[in-house]
Structures are given as C-alpha cells and as structure tokens.
Design a protein around this ligand. Structure first.
Ligand code: ASP
Length: 457
C-alpha cells in the first residue's frame, strides 16, 4: 500500500545520477513522503496554533486551504459508505449482519449513556458556571428534537441519488444494506448467468473500494496543509481571551473526554486488544477529527485505521458510518456538562427529573443527528429547552463551541473505532490479528503508516 499513488520500484530512466553510480537524489516530494504523516500533522498543528495566536482574525484569509481539505474528505464519504457497505454486506450472511448490527447498537447506546452521565456528574462536581454572569449577546435559536417516527422514516430514502447528494448517512446505509444483501443472493443464484453477472458486479464494487482507499492515501498527504489552516483559523477567530472566562467548562468537557478515553482503553484491554497498536492506528482519525470537527467527514480516515487494525470490511463498513451518526460520546459529555453550566449561570437547581430528561433527549437526539461540525450545539439547545432552562447562557457556550467541538469529535471517532474493534473481535473471522506482519513496505512512509490490508471475505 503506497502513500504516494505514483510509487514505483523502478528507477526513473530520466534520472542522470542513475548511470553515474552516485546515489540517486531524492526529490523534495519524495522526502516529504518519507516523513511519517503523524510528524507532519503534529508540526502543522503547532504551527497553526502559533500562526492563529500571532495573526489573530486576519488569518481567516487562509480558510480556503482548510476548506479544500474538508471538501476532499467529504467528497469521499458517500462513495466510501456505499461501496464498502455493499461489498462488506455481500461478504457476510444476513444472520452475521443482524448480530453485528445488534451489538453495535447496544454498544453505542451504552457508551453514550455512560458518557452523558460522566458529563453531568463531572459538571455537578465542579460547577463550571458558578460565579459567571451572563453577558453573551449572540442569539441562539431554539431547536426541538424531531419526533422518533420521523427519524425512523427518514432512514428509508425516497430517492437514493438525493440521499447521496444530501449526505444522509443512514439513508445511504439503508440502500447499501439492501443492495449488498441482494448482491449476496444473486451471487448464490443457481442460474449461471445471474451468478456470473453478480460476480462481475462484485469485482466492480471491490475495485471501487480500492480506488477510494487509494484516493484517501493521496488526500492524507495534503492533510498537514489542511490541518495548519483549520487550526490557525479557529485559534485566530476564538483567541485566548474568549477562552478564559469559560476555562472551567472547557476543562470539564476535556476532562470528561479524557475519562471516556480511559474507559475505551479498559474496554479494549478487556477484549485483549494491543493498546499501543490500537492508538497508533487511531492517531490519524483522532487528529483528523480534532481539526475537521466532523466524525462523518473523518470516516475515510477512520475506515483506513480499521483496515490497519485488521478489522474485516463486513464489520467496519457497517459499524463506522453507523457510529459516526448515532454514537457521539464526546457530544453527550458536552451536552450534559453544558446543560449543568447553563443551570449554574442562571442560578437554577436542576432536579433529578430534569437531569433524566436532559440525558434522554441528549442520547436520542444523537441518533438522529449527523456527525458534522456544530451538531452538538443543536443538541445542547434541545436539551436546554427540554429542561425548561433559558437559552441565554447557551450563547456563551456557542462562542467557544469550535474549541469544544474539536475535543468531542476526537472522542466520537475514538468511540466508533473502539466499538468496531471490539465487535470485530467478538465475531469469528472478522479480525486479522496479524495484519501488521503482512506489510509490503514500498516506502518509509508505508512502513511507518500502513501495516498492510488483510483480505477477509
Ligand atoms: N462535530 C461532532 C462530530 O462530528 C458532533 C458534535 O458537534 O458534537 O462528531
């Protein structure tokens, strides 16, 4: 698996140094590729923070560089979900699929509920809003959660093309599931013509999956520039001053996220996952989630990490897009903590019934809300409304939402990947534990970043 789509082992015939016996000069591009991606991203992150603090608001001129990164990722999300899910579903039996779906749903619901409790608990302990007076001026619109019946109906797309165009993850997943199951039936058809057509179609879909992954590897080489721009713009716009009065809330949210990541580590240990290897694979989606603030947008990178971990397509093609939509542990921590913050600022005492309502609304709202930047803020307004609290203090939170969104998206994508790894472990033949030993190291980057992709059918 080459990070540079043009990687070849053949010498460049136009390289004059090849014939003189001198070691060939490495081009700048080649040298760039040879630096491990995580270092490039780390440098980009630090430089972005420094540039944002030094330049301030005018740094927004480089916003297009970040937007290009976001667009490159979202360009890949829908083809990735559609192709990997059709291919993944066609390779497992409907019973296995049902079991994986059930496990994913329970895992996601339980961890989200735990995260919500952690957020509320920590905030009650620390009282992040105590002593703060309200001077937020931004108007925040009230939101109400769509009825559950609507959320369920929307899962079935009326038109697959508009679902793809609108980026409706659950609707596209529904279509891909149906198509994958139908393809599996066609493959098993007793009629020679149908089974051979299905085999051809399957090859096209599998080829499409490989194509998307190759493009993802190319996009990742652009990611340091995107990361630099995105982080510089957020820091430039928010500034250190905006953060200070809300430092306690930021601390509670990030503290809750840290607790949740420890919980993931414990879960992984219980399922005998090598922690070092897990986090080595997870670091890229975590960092991508941090800067893009979108778990749906990070899906291409999370899927690649699942491949590195040796998880079968039959599992991750289903659990990752599902997780990006319904599993939002970081968001739950934030909604819980920020609701307590709102109550603190307004001097209200939350009753147990109000807290239960907040938790229920938060968990349910996360099912129907896509993993996009700022989704958590919408859920917060729903929770605050349902608890009967005033909306004013939400404006304060909105001012630093981007900073909080970064952390909660990291938590969300880590939760999705943890669930995926755990579910793969619990399914027979869905985890290639020795994936790392099957590497075909074509370059230093590849040796560092990509321990081979197992084929599990
Ligand atoms: N941005 C988060 C995500 O994509 C959702 C949120 O706003 O909390 O996972």
């Amino acid at each position: 698996m080459a990070d540079d789509p043009r990687t070849t082992s053949a010498a460049d015939p136009s390289d004059p140094s090849g014939s003189s016996g001198e070691p060939p000069r490495r081009s700048l591009w080649r040298r760039y590729l040879d630096i491990p991606l995580i270092w490039k991203l780390a440098v980009a992150l630090v430089l972005g923070v420094v540039a944002g603090l030094a330049v301030g608001e005018p740094i927004t001129v480089i916003e297009p560089l970040g937007d290009i990164f976001l667009r490159l990722l979202s360009m890949l999300v829908m083809p990735l979900i559609l192709l990997t899910l059709v291919s993944g579903v066609a390779s497992v039996s409907p019973t296995t699929l049902g079991r994986i779906g059930g496990k994913a749903f329970i895992y996601y619901l339980v961890t989200t509920a735990f995260a919500m409790a952690a957020g509320i608990g920590l905030a009650l302990l620390i009282s992040p809003g105590a002593g703060l007076t309200l001077d937020g001026t931004e108007e925040v619109e009230e939101q109400s959660a769509p009825p559950l019946s609507q959320v369920l109906t929307d899962i079935v797309p009326e038109n697959i093309f508009s679902a793809l165009a609108d980026g409706r993850v659950l609707a596209v997943m529904f279509f891909a599931l149906v198509a994958g199951v139908a393809l599996a039936f066609l493959q098993d058809s007793g009629e020679e013509r149908l089974s051979s057509l299905a085999a051809d179609l399957r090859r096209v879909v599998d080829g499409g999956v490989e194509l998307v992954f190759l493009i993802i590897r190319g996009v990742l080489q652009y990611s340091p520039i995107g990361v630099f721009a995105l982080i510089a713009v957020v820091v430039g716009e928010t500034g250190a001053d905006a953060l200070l009065p809300l430092a306690k809330l930021t601390g509670v949210v990030y503290g809750g996220i840290a607790v949740q990541i420890v919980v993931y580590t414990v879960i992984l240990l219980l399922f005998r996952a090598p922690i070092g290897r897990f986090f080595r694979a997870a670091k890229e989606p975590m960092l991508t989630g941090f800067v893009t603030r979108s778990s749906s947008g990070t899906l291409p990178v999370t899927s690649q990490a699942a491949e590195k971990l040796g998880v079968g397509k039959g599992v991750y093609s289903f659990t990752l897009p599902l997780g990006a939509t319904i599993n939002m542990d970081g968001t739950a921590i934030y909604v819980g903590a920020a609701t307590v913050f709102v109550a603190d600022v307004t001097g209200a005492q939350l009753t147990l019934a109000q807290l239960a309502t907040v938790a229920a609304v938060g968990v349910l709202a996360s099912v129907g809300t896509a993993g996009v930047p700022g989704a958590g803020l919408i859920m917060l307004t729903m929770a605050v409304t349902s608890a009967g609290l005033p909306m004013g203090p939400v404006a304060l939170v909105a001012g630093i939402d981007a900073i909080l969104d970064m952390g909660r998206t990291v938590c969300n994508v880590t939760g999705d990947l943890t669930g995926t790894r755990v579910i793969a472990k619990s399914e027979k033949g869905m985890l290639a534990e020795d994936a790392g030993r099957r590497a075909r190291p074509d370059s230093a980057v590849e040796r560092e970043e990509a321990p081979g992709r197992p084929r599990i059918r």
